[in-house]
Design a protein around this ligand. Structure first.
Ligand code: G6P
Length: 608
């Protein structure tokens, strides 16, 4: 949600800000803007639309001169996307420019208060109150004004602030929304995510809650709310720069789909040693595992769909009952939780507002918490009792693929690990499942090798108006993800149904020619699935089956099929998801959609 970048150094700021924003556009892309101090005043240029519109408007930054500035790419919350609602927002005095990610929850009362004080507002945003409040509190000391402003605002925020009276510095501050400080040579940065600054420095500070960074060309000082200096240790980012580049692919999504074998291998390999699962990143004792009476899995979006798969896996392997919730529901439903409950929180970004709130609620209720997170040092990773990182590397496309696959891999690791400790899995099965897990990366690669076949089928169906996904058991869990993937990037209406449930209503939507994707990978349910296929075919549906290699029986029942390699049934979701991802990608590609930045979506949802 919204990208922030700030620069204080010796080079022209605007082109650097634009380059940084280009790496953050996945966080929001309905408008963009920059503010640069030009030696006399703060110059703001902002516009509705993609970053390119802004970039063209200021000739790739050449029109704005100045060596200190802030930039923003927006995902609208308060006020529709428009030039005036785009960030940065200025105080009426022209003294402060502010970029913001998050929501100022009490902005209306602050706006009323400031209006009474004579401030006039020009935008519909919550952010503008921050710029005006800074101005209201400012009496010559910038840090004082920032601290007083933070004392008044409620909600979640990462802020970048520029003040005309202190033109050599930018301020960065965060609460419930990520912000990092980049430490360069003769230049320093703020950014809401690492890729924004990776081409200029690899050394960063991760700001903690309520820390205030004063960032100048000559150095960075971090303060707490008591205005005391906070000593921090820089951390070095050793990602390969190519991980944040498209490297010849048309889209990040295509690249990330193809990166799945490596991402899954990187996630699994370090945790299997001498034929045993070793999770030395978590501190769960055998006794704690034995005492768990229930597992809750909480997440949003595709991470929630991993949770739906995980329910089947954990229950099958550990025999502990599992409940899965979308985080936005969990947090307000008074869940019945105590210290005997394990709450598993899944999040790629580690910053999703609802997931973070759910984690806090679970902790408050006394649960043991483990997070499965991709972004190292993110809020969810820092706040959970234990974290199991997915080593997917940076994921840029809004629609997740490799993060999903690595989350699933961690679910297998954890479930098998716990089952072995509980004795609910025999030693023989334990060894068998580990060997299956080790074979996953190669099998995902095999599944990827069918991409030309998937593309041909996408060519056949990309003009569909509605596409249904059906499945039973784990295949139902996969249907949810296949359907979401398709609709979020291709804008084709799609629904996922438990195959046996379809006839209780939704089957009335099946017409002559409607495409139904029938997942039938689970051996013991194959016959049942074929009955459901017959039901939809009898209503005129065209059926695309998904099953395992050599199960050619499906061709008798369906019109066409995707095949995935053989593996134990429990791990088939990791393979079945691959053609579904590729199908969604090619359908969106053929429709000419903006695949990496689908309309109205954002990668990291840091608002409620
Ligand atoms: C957004 C993204 C989804 C993602 C969800 C949860 O909606 O577009 O791809 O699954 O957020 O994000 P998280 O970072 O918590 O996994």
């Amino acid at each position: 949600m919204c990208g922030i970048v700030g620069y204080a150094g010796g080079d022209q700021a605007a082109p650097i800000l634009l380059k940084g924003l280009a790496k953050l556009e996945y966080r929001g892309y309905d408008s963009a803007g920059v503010a640069v101090y030009d030696g006399t005043s703060i110059q703001v240029v902002k516009t509705k639309g993609r970053l390119k519109v802004l970039s063209d408007k200021i000739h790739q930054g050449a029109d704005l001169s100045g060596v200190v500035g802030i930039g923003h790419t927006r995902w609208a919350t308060h006020g529709k996307p428009s030039d005036v609602n785009a960030h940065p927002h200025m105080s009426q005095s022209g003294k402060f420019a502010v970029v913001h990610n998050g929501i100022i929850e009490n902005y209306l009362s602050l706006r009323n208060f400031l209006t009474e004080q004579g401030y006039r507002f020009v935008s519909e945003t919550d952010t503008e109150v921050v710029a005006q409040l800074l101005d209201y509190f400012y009496e010559g000391n910038l840090l004082d004004a920032v601290v007083k402003t933070l004392g008044k605002i409620r909600g979640s925020y990462a802020l970048g602030i520029l003040c005309k009276d202190h033109p050599d510095c930018i301020i960065g501050v965060r609460k419930d929304s990520p912000l990092i400080v980049g430490l360069g040579k003769g230049e320093n940065f703020i950014a809401s995510d690492i890729p924004a600054i990776l081409n200029r420095t690899r050394d960063i500070y991760r700001l903690e809650e309520n820390e205030i960074a004063v960032v100048k060309k000559t150095g960075v000082a971090i303060y707490n709310l008591d205005k005391k200096i906070v000593e921090k240790t820089p951390c070095h980012i050793d990602w390969d720069i190519s991980s944040a580049e498209k490297c010849g692919y048309d889209h990040f999504m295509a690249k990330e789909i193809m990166e799945q074998p490596k991402a899954v291998r990187d996630t699994i390999s370090p945790r299997i040693r001498d034929g045993e699962i070793v999770l030395d990143d978590i501190r769960l004792t055998e006794e704690q595992i034995r005492n768990f009476t229930r597992i809750f899995i909480v997440a949003c979006g595709s991470a929630y769909h991993v949770g739906v798969v995980a329910k089947y896996i954990f229950e099958q392997y550990t025999r502990i009952p599992v409940e899965v919730d979308v985080a936005s529901e969990f947090r307000y439903r008074h869940p019945i939780i105590d210290h005997k409950v394990l709450v598993l929180v899944i999040s790629q970004s580690g910053e999703t507002a609802d997931t973070l709130a759910a984690l806090r609620e679970a902790k408050r209720l006394g649960a043991r918490t483990i997070s499965i997170v991709n972004v190292v040092g993110s809020s969810i990773a820092s706040e959970s009792d234990d974290v199991l990182y997915t080593w997917a590397g940076p994921e840029i496309a809004v629609a997740t693929t490799k993060a999903y696959s690595t989350q699933l891999a961690v679910v297998y690791l954890l479930a098998i690990y716990m089952a072995e400790k509980l004795g609910s899995m025999s030693k023989t099965d334990y060894r068998f499942y580990i060997s299956q897990l080790e074979s996953l990366p190669d099998k995902i690669q095999e599944a990827l090798n069918t991409k030309e076949h998937v593309r041909r089928l996408a060519d056949q169906f990309y003009r569909s108006d509605d596409i249904f996904f059906i499945g039973r058991n784990l295949d139902y869990a996969m249907s949810l993800e296949g359907s979401l993937k398709l609709k979020e990037i291709s804008y084709i209406h799609s629904e996922a149904y438990a195959a046996g449930e379809l006839k209780h209503g939704t089957i009335s939507l099946i017409e002559e020619g409607t495409l139904v994707v029938a997942l039938a990978t689970q051996r013991r349910l194959f016959e049942k699935m074929m009955s459901n296929v017959k039901e939809v075919k009898a209503r005129g549906a065209v059926v695309l089956g998904v099953t395992t290699d050599n199960n050619t029986q499906i061709e008798k029942e369906t019109d066409c099929a995707f095949y995935v390699p053989q593996i134990c049934d429990m791990m088939l979701p990791s393979l079945a998801v691959v053609p579904l991802q590729m199908f969604a990608y090619y359908v969106a590609f053929l429709k000419g959609c903006d695949i990496d930045k689908p309309r109205n979506l954002a990668k990291s949802v840091t608002v409620e």
